[in-house]
Design a protein around this ligand. Structure first.
Ligand code: ZID
Length: 231
């Protein structure tokens, strides 16, 4: 069967969970990657059966993940990760939680070409509630790093691990191309980057690895991230 990695699953409320479940229903093996600050809570919820209703599949079986990897997609490798993150209590026991680390774990667990599909379902904008007129440089760059460069870095590092005919997909939002009040913090800018990068990555990764790259402009969904901005 096909193997899918869904990056950005930490509960059963977001797009990532629904996407992972849809892939599992279609017969794929599904691995997920979870942001370290949310990982323990997610593992606890799973372990204590709190997500069992959501895990119910139409055929009566339960959704299971082949692996749950730690991933902080704002870090490309441990060497360039600041010491305060590496030593943070939510990170230090996890091994290599960077995108390089994720790639290495996938190869160690499944071999040289472990992936057919990579789904990027993550974003973060620490100043999302601030209109662009009030966003700091740090807030803007953090939104861009977590929400746009994370895809570029993932395609760089996971592209070589994908079987020919594979596909990468991410989720964007229309605030990239129209002025939509409330989608602040440089998130509108980050989604514009994500969309432009998708076109260029599709050109490059298509030629290099035979991998497609697309992004879907999502409708509103009351995920944890979206609830923070009142969606
Ligand atoms: P979510 O909170 O379920 O998923 C985001 C995940 O990212 C969480 O699990 C976080 O832990 C994780 N994460 C954050 N930072 C990092 C990091 N550094 N490394 C690794 N993981 C990290 O929220 P979601 O399902 O809404 O988000 C998934 C994707 O959908 C994101 O790219 C969103 O931008 C995108 N999206 C969501 C919505 C929505 O409504 N939920 C919309 C468009 C795109 C949207 O905002 N009308 C109004 C608004 C919208 C659409 C229509």
């Amino acid at each position: 069967g096909k193997r899918v990695l869904v990056a950005g699953v930490a509960d059963d409320n977001g797009f990532g969970w629904a996407i992972a479940k849809a892939f599992a229903e279609a017969g794929a093996n599904v691995c997920v990657a979870t942001w370290p600050p949310a990982l323990n809570i997610f593992l606890n919820l799973l372990e204590r059966g709190k997500l069992d209703d959501s895990r119910q599949m139409p055929d009566g079986s339960m959704l299971t993940f082949e692996r749950i990897y730690p991933l902080d997609a704002v870090y490309d490798n441990l060497e360039s990760t600041p010491a305060d993150i590496r030593e943070n209590k939510r990170y230090k026991e996890l091994g290599d939680f960077t995108i390089d680390g994720l790639a290495a774990r996938l190869v160690a667990d499944f071999g040289e070409q472990p992936l057919d599909i990579v789904f990027h379902s993550l974003a973060n904008g620490p100043e999302v509630k601030k209109p662009l007129l009030e966003v700091s440089r740090a807030g803007y760059l953090a939104a861009s790093s977590a929400s746009a460069y994370s895809l570029v870095s993932m395609v760089q590092r996971l592209g070589p691990l994908m079987r020919p005919g594979g596909a990468v997909c991410s989720l964007t939002y229309m605030a990239s191309e129209r002025a939509i009040p409330g989608y602040g913090g440089g998130m509108s800018s980050a989604k514009a980057q994500l969309e432009s990068d998708t076109r260029v990555l599709a050109f490059e990764a298509g030629r290099k690895w035979g991998v497609r790259v697309n992004t879907i402009s999502a409708g509103p969904y009351a995920s944890r991230a979206a609830s923070a901005i009142g969606i």
